[in-house]
Structures are given as C-alpha cells and as structure tokens.
Design a protein around this ligand. Structure first.
Ligand SMILES: Nc1ncnc2c1ncn2[C@@H]1O[C@H](COP(=O)(O)OP(=O)(O)OP(=O)(O)O)[C@@H](O)[C@H]1O
Length: 540
C-alpha cells in the first residue's frame, strides 16, 4: 500500500522536524551549516529506514498528542496517516483501547504506558488490544520511555511489540508436546501437577500465615507502650499507689523501725518485706520468715522462741527459736493477725525489751532483731472482736505500709503479665510473646480477689496450655460482684467465711493442687488451713 506508506512516512520525520533553523545554530561559515544539515538528513533517512523496517509499532506522544508514528503503527491501527489516526482515535490515540490480560476493562488514561512515560516513568507492560487491520486480539509488549532534552521531558516514545505469535507458539508447543507425550508422559505430567499443587498449597499457606499475622498484629496488646516501669527488687508496678509504697519502703528500709505491712492476700507483702530487708544495714544477715498461720498452735511458741531439752514430751534436744536465728537480722512475722492470743504478750515483750526466754528455761535470751509484721486481716476489727491485743497492735503499727489490691491498680496488670510471661517462658521453656487485646481486656476487667498471686497462677496455667507465641487464657472470670441489699449486708469476715466454704464445697473440700480451693482463692494452702481453723470452717 504505497500511498499509505508515503503518508505516514512523511509523518514520521517530515518537513521541519529536524528542527534546525539556520539562525538557531551558531555557525561561522555557510559551508559548515550545509555540511551539518546534510549529516542530519542522512541520520533522518537512516532513522526512517530503521523505523519503517521494524515490525514494532512506534509512537511519539507529546503534550499535543501523538506527533509521530511509523509504518507498523498505522498498520496496527488500520489508518492511512497520522492525521487519520488522530481523527479516528483521538489526539492522544486514546480511542485505541488497551486492556490488562485477565481484565475486561480498558486501561484508564493514566494507566496507559505512553501517558506514564510522558510523566517521566520508564515502563514495560504486557497488554491486550484489537489489531484494527486484522480484527484479532493481540498481545502487545509496550516499552515506553520519556524523551528528554536538557533535562526536560519533551515527549515520550512507545514501542509496541506484537508478542501474540510467541505466546501462541509456546502454548501450541505445549499442546503438541502433550499429544506426543502419550502414556509415558502422563506420569511426569501428574508429578508436575502435583508439584504445582504443592507449590500452590505452600503459597496459600504462606499467604494465610501472613494474613493471620496481620490480623493478629492488629489485635495484639502493645506491651512496648507500657512505660515508667518500676522495678523495686522483685516488686513490679507502675501505678501511682505503688509508687507511694516504694517511697515509704525507701524511707523506712535503712532504719531499724518495726514495719507493719497491710494488704489483701497476694498483694506482695512478702516481696516488700524482702525489699525492706535488702535495703537495710542488716541485708548481710538472715531474713527469717515465720508464717503464724502455718504453724500449729501447739508448736508456735517453741518455733518462735526455741526450747530447752526436755521442755515438753518429745523435746529431745535443745532447739533455737526463729528469733534467735534472726539475731542481727530481720524477722518477718507473716499473718500476724493469726498469732494465738496467749503468745501475743510474749511477742510484745520481745518488741519492748528485746529479750525472751526459751520454752523450759527461765534464762532470758537477748536478741537484736528488726521486726516486720504482715497481715491481710483488719486488725482494728480483730481488736474489737478481742482476738488481737491492742498494746501489741500499737507496738507493731509504728510504720504501716498498705499494699493496694490489684483491682485498684489495673494499670500494673499489663506490666505484670509481661513479667510473668518472661518468668514462665524461662521456667517452662516456652516462647510466648503476645497477648491479644481481648485477653488483656478480660484480665483487666477481673476483680482479682487473689491479687497478684492469682494473676500469676492464671498466667502460669495459660502458659502451660498455650502452644504458639500467643498466650491463651482459658480461665473464665466472674467480673460481676453480687450486690446485696442493705438489710442483707453482712460483716466482711462473714462474707469471707461464706465464700471460703462455698469454694471448698465446689472443690469437694480439696485444698491443695491446681484444682484445690487454695489455688482458686489465690492463697497458700497453709493460709487456707489457718483460716478454716480460725473461722471454724469444717467439712460437714
Ligand atoms: N508487685 C508484684 N510484682 C511481682 N510479683 C508480685 C507482686 N506482688 C505480688 N507478686 C507475686 O505474687 C505472689 C504473692 O506475693 P506475696 O506472697 O508477697 O503476697 P502476700 O501479700 O504476702 O500474700 P499473703 O498475704 O497471702 O501471704 C508471689 O508469687 C509474688 O511473687
């Protein structure tokens, strides 16, 4: 089609497209200018020859639209000239629809490779189009790049290679191969399919895992946001009320003053006692702990104050009491509210005089012991009930420190959870790292009657059963505390007795172990036994 050839050839590099005017070039001699022009014309001829020989459609797009194209281009678009192209398809050729493979919608204007190249992008895309001359769908690989002059984009060039044939060839080859392959190849085909299926499955698993991770990470409690960490010995906390405790501990620790630690069970009185001892001048001497509930009433006197040989039947040897063991050190009298009344005066004497006599001896023993007493009982109530000596109380209540219950310092819960996670990871050889927001929400909503001890048990239980990196807490927490009408109201001590009995009933009077009442109540089994003795709670 020579006419056609002429018309687009002229469009390819036509008229003044060389863009040289004599006055635009600094030339000294007329002959030099002529030589220059003839060189350029030669280049133009070569360029036209190349472009018109290539089977690839070449377009040049500027801000004015398509300004140049080659022979393959007009053929592909089924037009005779650049003008016709612009009339039929629009100035930018936008009417020549391109679409992504596997997508029926045409590319938007800003997705078209030449438009993107005009904005400075160098692109290579595979797209589909309809060959205007043959009417067939073709696959085009379009490579487009900006044309720069002195650093400025003056246009974009797009080379459109028809790769339909190559694609068909490869699929035809595959078909031919399949035909020839016969039965022998079925096996290897099957293997290939299986491999493909395995790969797909693997990819799906990886994608699923990534999706799960994304979902989980959106749902993971951000531990790193817990700041202002207070580590006071082993005592962990960042709440204002605990800060006040730390302040009081710092103040009293270096003194020899008696300290009375008050607070519900499991609030950390034992830990604070240790922190006080470790910050005192006595830290290199022992801290002797006596649990006044755990000791049977008949033995407590000899345990505390010692005994001489033959002091009572079965006392075959002399025994040092805990006070003597703690000489120059510290004694922690835990659960002091449970100390039998008759021994309270003897304790008072030790506090006042620093001396006592062993059981079965009249000789006094002098000791230098710092006393820390701890209780979760309301000692005023105990005094009112005649169970605790008032004078002893005032001797002990020199420097009281009250440990706040966990429900009053919920902001410490995430920090404690993180601390216990690390503790049980080490102990159980686990790698738990995450707690979901939902779990943390549940932990923070619980009333924690057993305080930090109960929280610690919950985390340990959860750590044991959690297989991966995320802590799974299966415990069911009761968040609602039943409110009683005023006329039904009972003293706290009665409520406590009722609650202990109820839990014991529930556990079939089992005290120890994971399913025992002590564990549920968040107290030591010995403490529970002491309470039962004191409150007269017996198995029916
Ligand atoms: N602030 C805390 N930081 C870290 N662990 C704590 C904290 N408070 C308590 N615990 C832990 O909780 C458990 C109970 O603590 P502790 O025995 O000191 O409580 P307590 O008030 O003396 O209880 P009880 O009155 O029943 O004797 C311990 O395992 C302890 O490590």
């Amino acid at each position: 089609m020579p006419m056609r050839t002429e018309s687009y050839e002229n469009q390819l590099i036509s008229g003044d497209e060389i863009g040289i005017r004599r006055d635009s070039i600094k030339i000294k001699k007329r002959t030099t200018f002529a030589a220059h022009v003839s060189t350029l014309l030669l280049k133009r001829t070569e360029m036209n020859a190349i472009l018109n020989t290539t089977p690839n459609a070449v377009f040049i797009l500027t801000r004015d639209g398509i300004t140049r194209c080659n022979r393959a281009a007009v053929r592909m678009l089924g037009v005779a000239s650049l003008n016709e192209l612009r009339n039929k398809y629009g100035r930018k050729g936008e009417g020549f629809l391109l679409r992504w493979p596997k997508n029926l919608l045409p590319l938007r204007e800003d997705e078209r490779p030449l438009t993107r190249a005009l904005k400075g992008e160098s692109v290579t895309e595979v797209v589909l189009a309809i060959h205007a001359e043959t009417g067939e769908e073709i696959t085009l690989r379009i490579t487009a790049a900006p044309i720069l002059a002195k650093g400025r984009i003056i246009g974009a060039v797009g080379i459109h290679s028809d790769i339909t044939w190559g694609e068909q060839l490869s699929s035809n080859q595959a078909a031919a191969f399949t035909k020839q392959a016969g039965a022998d190849h079925l096996l290897s085909q099957e293997q290939a399919l299986r491999r493909q299926a395995e790969n797909d499955l693997h990819r799906a698993k990886v994608e699923l895992q990534a999706l799960k991770d994304r979902i989980r990470s959106a749902d993971i409690y951000p531990f790193h946001e817990t700041n202002h960490t207070y580590h006071f010995g082993e005592v962990i906390g960042q709440s204002r009320c605990l800060e006040n405790v730390f302040f009081r501990v710092e103040a009293v620790a270096p003194q020899d003053s008696t300290v009375l630690l008050l607070g519900e069970t499991g609030t950390g009185k034992g830990l604070v006692a240790r922190a006080i001892h470790n910050r005192s001048l006595r830290k290199h001497r022992p801290l002797v702990v006596v649990n006044c509930t755990a000791l049977p009433a008949s033995l407590i006197e000899s345990e505390l104050f010692g005994r001489e040989k033959g002091a009572f039947t079965g006392a075959s040897a002399q025994q040092l009491g805990r006070f003597e063991m703690a000489d120059k050190g510290t004694i922690l009298l835990d659960e002091i509210g449970d100390l039998p009344f008759e021994l309270q005066s003897k304790l008072l004497q030790v506090i006042q005089e620093g001396e006592f006599s062993r059981l079965g001896s009249s000789r006094t023993v002098k000791v230098d012991v710092r006393i820390i007493a701890a209780t979760n009982r309301d000692l005023y109530e105990e005094i009112r009930l005649g169970r605790f000596r008032e004078d002893l109380f005032y001797r002990l209540n020199i420097f009281p420190i009250t440990l706040p219950p966990l429900r009053d310092r919920k902001e410490d819960i995430p920090l404690l959870v993180e601390y216990f996670l690390e503790k049980f990871n080490r102990k159980l050889g686990k790698s738990l790292r995450h707690v979901t927001n939902e779990t943390m929400g549940r932990l923070m909503a619980h009333a924690w009657p057993g305080n930090v001890r109960e929280l610690e048990s919950v985390i340990e239980r959860a750590a044991i059963i959690s297989p991966g990196a995320t802590l799974q807490v299966l415990d069911h927490f009761e968040t609602a505390v039943p409110v009683r009408a005023a006329d039904e109201a009972k003293p706290l001590i009665d409520l406590e007795r009722d609650y202990i009995s109820e839990v014991l009933n529930r556990t079939n009077w089992r005290i120890e172990g994971d399913k025992g009442a002590a564990h549920i109540l968040g107290i030591n089994p010995s403490t529970l036994r002491g309470r039962m003795r004191k409150e007269g709670i017996r198995r029916p």
